[in-house]
Design a protein around this ligand. Structure first.
Ligand code: ADE
Length: 235
């Protein structure tokens, strides 16, 4: 059983969308568990405050090291082998390779940052791995946690069918998906490309490959430059 423990100021947001669709069916089937932990429950003062003003001044509030450390310690017994991830826009970008490694492990502890940041000392003292899901700023780590956990859960054994795993392989090889079509044959005057209804599997395969390459080159020159199986010659 793969275990996700989420430390958050908004525990009511979980499982949220993770209770629907593929991840939700896997949750109901007991393939994984989703435990949301209220960071505020580890606060000790009368107001149960988890944040305070930044040392050195400046705007906003910072999550307290002592409160968050207590919450992490309560959630992770000594020897818990799970990765401890802090979701933050300044983290290392999440990749499919990291997702795969997490899915092959026993689970994750996910800390959802809020306020202007988290006291640096708890990041060091609890060896938190800082991860970002993209170069934009969310109002907190919770929505990023949905993305991270969903990406892991779909890879757990018994969750995804064979067909979806094959699309995965193409992405991991560094190519974006080729265009898809289904009925009707003509939509608002646009016909399905002739090759796809030709019944010639070789031609279909060649067309799809060329389209995947064109789309990758146009949209993601970074992926195109690093793709697997590339030749070293210039194109
Ligand atoms: N929290 C706020 N923005 C984020 C991002 N882009 N990735 C991960 N966590 C975040």
């Amino acid at each position: 059983m793969w275990r996700a423990s989420i430390l958050t100021l908004f525990p009511e947001l979980f499982p949220g969308p993770l209770a629907a669709s593929l991840a939700g069916r896997a949750l109901a089937a007991g393939i994984w568990t989703c435990e949301a932990i209220d960071i505020r429950a580890s606060a000790t003062d009368r107001h149960r405050s988890a944040d305070d003003t930044p040392a050195g001044g400046g705007p906003g509030m910072v999550m307290r090291a002592d409160v968050l450390a207590r919450a992490i310690d309560a959630a992770t017994p000594a020897g818990d082998p799970r990765a401890r991830i802090l979701l933050t826009p300044r983290g290392r970008p999440l990749t499919q390779a990291r997702v795969r490694a997490l899915a092959e492990s026993t689970g994750v502890l996910v800390v959802c940052g809020r306020f202007e940041g988290v006291d640096e000392r708890v990041i060091e003292a609890r060896a938190l791995e800082e991860v970002s899901i993209g170069d934009y700023v969310l109002s907190g780590g919770e929505v990023a946690a949905y993305a991270l956990i969903d990406a892991c859960v779909r890879l757990l054994p018994g969750v995804m069918g064979k067909e979806a795993s094959q699309a995965e392989e193409s992405f991991e090889a560094g190519l974006l998906e080729y265009p898809q079509y289904t009925r009707p044959q003509v939509f608002e005057g646009r016909a399905i490309p002739e090759v796809l209804i030709s019944g010639d599997h070789k031609r279909v395969e060649a067309w799809r490959r060329a389209e995947a390459e064109r789309i990758t080159r146009e949209r993601r020159p970074d992926l195109w430059a690093r793709r697997k199986g590339q030749t070293t010659e210039r194109e």
